[in-house]
Design a protein around this ligand. Sequence first.
Ligand SMILES: [Zn+2]
Length: 107
Amino acid sequence: MYKPGQKAYNEANIIHKAVQTNERGIKNCQSCGMPIAKGDKNGTEANGTKSMKYCIHCYADGKFTLPDITAEGMKERVREKLVSMGFPRFMTGLFTRGIHKLERWKS
Ligand SMILES: [Zn+2]
């Protein structure tokens, strides 16, 4: 039986929790759901300060790194990332299903 690495599992679980508890102020990227609470994964604003909303993969120099991506496209990207970390694909949907509720995708 396939067993994902503990690190991949922890990361996926954090994303899952961050998406679920978003409204209660857990710090996570409002584009992809990745945790940014530790302060080392924040994106940057145009003036060089840290973004409190978005991670370094989504946001740099005040702009989205992928301005045209959709919420569905983002889900797929995060799923690919989890799979690349050793997580079984059939489970990745669980951890990405709340992404469309994040602030970037509300309109
Ligand atoms: Zn992000």
